[in-house]
Design a protein around this ligand. Structure first.
Ligand SMILES: NC(=O)C1=CN([C@@H]2O[C@H](COP(=O)(O)OP(=O)(O)OC[C@H]3O[C@@H](n4cnc5c(N)ncnc54)[C@H](OP(=O)(O)O)[C@@H]3O)[C@@H](O)[C@H]2O)C=CC1
Ligand SMILES: O=C(O)C1=N[C@H](C(=O)O)C[C@H](O)C1
Length: 269
């Protein structure tokens, strides 16, 4: 066990954080070396297992990322954009693989992550599941096969707590559709219609977001033409699909050259 990669989970009290802590602690392929929360969080100083209401795991929750990353080979990070950008710099200094699941990152945030990736391995994806990464590939292929007679609309649904829209996955699907069509998503993106919007512009890629209840994550890519429609759909019913992808990425990243990778690299798609 001691020579398996040591993993830090950031945002350990979060929906993803708690599942990741349990998965790493239960794995034979890696070890939990730290659980991180922000300064002032009620869990800091407590055993992370006890704080979660399960048997103690022998790892106290810390608010010190520098000390935590120094003893790790990988950092798995599903938190918030500002935290993730700060962690990217610190993980690179520690030469730890940084697996980023956080969504809602701005272009400036991604530039900062790109800079950190000159010094260490970063694997970042808006969705770590095998199914969604396959759907991204399918979306690109279908978009390449059809012309703009087919209107592309991406509809996503998530739980009531989600703070960013469109989802990271919806943006991955939109990028894939735009790449398939040979256009720049920034030129054709149409989000959140409301009011008298005018008729749909030919070639636009539309995004709609639903928020409610405990929906884990659902994504439809609709290709709608006169007389026929195609829908590509992924439904996540369990966050375990993201957890498994993140652990796979943390192990895959060991001994790779520095760089900014995604789940297509990890899954070999
Ligand atoms: N790529 C993928 O496959 C997936 C991505 N996600 C993304 O992961 C992110 C987290 O999702 P989820 O777990 O549902 O969200 P939660 O709000 O449940 O968890 C986020 C956690 O991060 C913590 N956090 C925020 N800022 C800091 C900080 N500066 N230092 C330490 N901890 C911090 C929060 O603490 P506090 O409560 O104190 O703010 C919280 O514990 C979102 O961006 C989501 O979109 C989610 C699922 C899959
Ligand atoms: O916030 C979530 O929950 C999820 N976020 C990711 C996204 O923004 O696409 C991935 C997944 O859909 C769950």
């Amino acid at each position: 066990m001691a020579d398996t990669p040591g993993i830090v989970i950031t945002g350990a009290s979060g929906r993803m954080g708690q599942m990741l802590v349990k998965a790493v602690a239960a794995s034979d392929a890696c070890r939990l070396v730290a659980a991180l929360e922000r300064e002032g969080h009620g869990w800091v100083g407590q055993d992370v297992g006890t704080a979660m209401g399960v048997p103690a795991l022998g790892v106290a929750v810390t608010d010190d990322p520098v000390a935590a990353f120094a003893k790790a080979q990988a950092v798995i990070d599903f938190t918030a954009p500002a935290a993730t950008v700060a962690f990217a710099g610190l993980a690179a200094q520690a030469r730890a693989v940084h697996v980023i699941g956080t969504t809602g990152l701005s272009a400036v945030d991604i530039e900062a992550i790109d800079r950190a990736a000159h010094h260490a391995v970063i694997v970042r994806a808006g969705n770590m599941s095998l199914g969604v990464n396959l759907l991204v590939q399918l979306t690109r292929k279908v978009a390449a096969a059809l012309d703009a007679d087919f209107d592309i609309e991406i509809v996503e649904a998530h739980h009531r707590h989600k703070v960013d829209a469109p989802s990271g996955t919806a943006l991955m699907l939109g990028e894939a559709a735009a790449a398939g069509r040979g256009v720049d998503l920034g030129e054709v993106r149409q989000s959140g219609r409301d009011g008298v919007t005018g008729a749909r512009r030919r070639g636009d890629i539309g995004f709609s977001a639903i928020r409610g209840g405990d929906i884990v994550g659902e994504h439809d890519v609709l290709f709608a033409a006169d007389g026929e429609r195609i829908t590509l759909r992924h439904v996540a019913t369990d966050r375990g699909v993201f957890v498994r992808g993140a652990l796979k990425a943390a192990l895959w990243g060991q001994d790779r050259d520095p760089g900014h990778y995604d789940m297509m690299d990890v899954l070999g798609l």
